[in-house]
Design a protein. Structure first.
Length: 134
């Protein structure tokens, strides 16, 4: 893992949250993107080498809607950049970490991603991400 790539924050409403985070971080949202497979709309901010990703559910059945229903708005996950996602998945699985998805999948911001189950990471949802070279 090379660095914290981004911190994902679950929000109820991007239109309300974006101006708040623009003021808080003193930077503009540089990108909004829909990830249909996850039923989520994202908004990105850059602060140094790390990004902040706001996540709004596209409907009431999405994982973000379920998360907010259970825990409220707030930090949803921490993503780490990796140089080779498949080898990192294999390494972590070999150490006993449970992968939520068995293969890397397309994520937001031109990344291939994989999530680790919070039951094996001390309650924290961890995302591995790697620039999609395709």
């Amino acid at each position: 893992m090379t660095h914290v790539e981004h911190i994902g924050i679950a929000v109820k409403n991007l239109d309300q949250s974006i101006p708040l985070f623009e003021k808080l971080l003193n930077t503009e949202c540089y990108k909004k993107e829909e990830v249909e497979s996850e039923k989520v709309q994202t908004a990105f901010f850059r602060t140094g080498k790390t990004k902040i990703e706001l996540l709004e559910s596209l409907d009431d059945t999405g994982v973000i809607a379920q998360y907010i229903e259970k825990k409220g708005e707030g930090i949803h996950h921490i993503a780490f950049e990796v140089s080779d996602i498949r080898s990192e998945m294999k390494r972590l699985e070999g150490l006993g970490f449970k992968l939520i998805n068995s293969l890397p999948m397309p994520g937001a911001d031109n990344k291939m991603v994989c999530f680790l189950h919070p039951k094996t990471t001390g309650g924290l949802l961890v995302e591995l991400c790697m620039e999609n070279k395709i």
